[in-house]
Write a protein of this length. Structure first.
Length: 299
């Protein structure tokens, strides 16, 4: 198995875990989302610390936080990813997994717009058309449902801004996320202290089932990121982008087929427009990637 095939396999495994993780959170539907998020933060911190310790890179966490600019960017990234995690977990627990999957479909197109606004990246006609279709899909859904798909928009923009902030960091993804959850850990501890001090008490410690599920959130958070980091270094950027669509596709299938959430005509129209936009965008990106490789080979 060559390195490229290993990379694709790692990416598929990563996106499959992300796409199916809604099934895991559904098992914790009796636990408040904020408590699940707190446990996810602390257990993932433990997971990442162990990974970096084994790799001999634990000292990089301190280095990343010792530089003021880096620390500020990491804090912003932590804010964005915690918002994303909380809204996603909440969407599963309140029966809005379909809307969540739409958000992760929209995310790549949000990233394109943010790149244009912040970095002055130029969009070709295909990209403009794709972004226009995505905007039209959101407007169509808003008109049809009588309310904006806020879960989709928050997930798409929080993840888009998260990626934007991460562009300014020189540290690797595992080190970066470790520092992010490290900064969030005092808040997570405070949340759990409040939960366990209340009359109802917290979920952890009540049953072995809940204990195991909450502790597993660390592996569920950390393992896909390690797989993604491994795979992204071994395949072309265009391949990474295409494989990532597996995540929202599996989320969508879980929401409609397993959770049996309602899928109205308005959702069908909006998803159709988004899928068309992504097809146009992916084709244009593939052609650009192919042209760049040809230019590199001929030079």
């Amino acid at each position: 198995m060559n390195e490229s095939i290993k990379g694709v396999a790692a990416l598929i495994a990563c996106c499959t875990i992300w796409g199916l993780c809604g099934l895991y959170y559904k098992l914790l539907s009796h636990v408040p989302p904020i408590e699940i998020l707190a446990h996810r933060t602390l257990w993932s911190l433990l997971f990442f610390m162990i990974v970096l310790l084994v790799q001999g890179r634990l000292g990089l966490v301190r280095q990343a936080l010792s530089v003021r600019r880096s620390a500020i960017l990491i804090a912003l990234a932590a804010l964005m990813i915690s918002c994303n995690w909380f809204v996603f977990i909440t969407s599963i627990l309140i029966g809005k997994a379909t809307e969540a999957s739409l958000g992760y479909y929209i995310f790549p197109l949000v990233s394109v717009v943010l790149g244009m606004i912040v970095f002055g990246e130029r969009l070709d006609r295909a990209q403009v058309l794709a972004v226009g279709l995505a905007a039209a899909a959101v407007i169509t859904l808003t008109v049809g449902l009588g309310v904006a798909p806020w879960i989709s928009l928050i997930l798409a923009f929080s993840f888009g801004f998260y990626g934007l902030v991460k562009k300014g960091l020189s540290v690797g993804p595992v080190v970066s996320v470790t520092t992010e959850v490290l900064l969030l850990s005092p808040i997570a501890l405070a949340v759990l202290w409040v939960m366990h001090s209340s009359e109802t008490g917290g979920a952890f410690g009540v049953s072995w089932r809940d204990n195991a599920l909450l502790a597993f959130s660390g592996i569920l958070t950390g393992l896909p990121l390690v797989l993604f980091s491994y795979g992204a270094r071994r395949v072309r950027l265009g391949t990474v982008g295409l494989v990532q669509y597996l995540n929202p596709t599996l989320q969508f299938l879980v929401a409609t087929l397993i959770f049996q959430e309602a899928f109205s005509l308005w959702y069908a129209v909006a998803f159709g427009m988004i899928w068309t936009a992504l097809a146009i965008y992916s084709t244009a990106s593939w052609r650009q990637d192919r042209a760049a490789r040809r230019a590199l080979e001929s030079s």
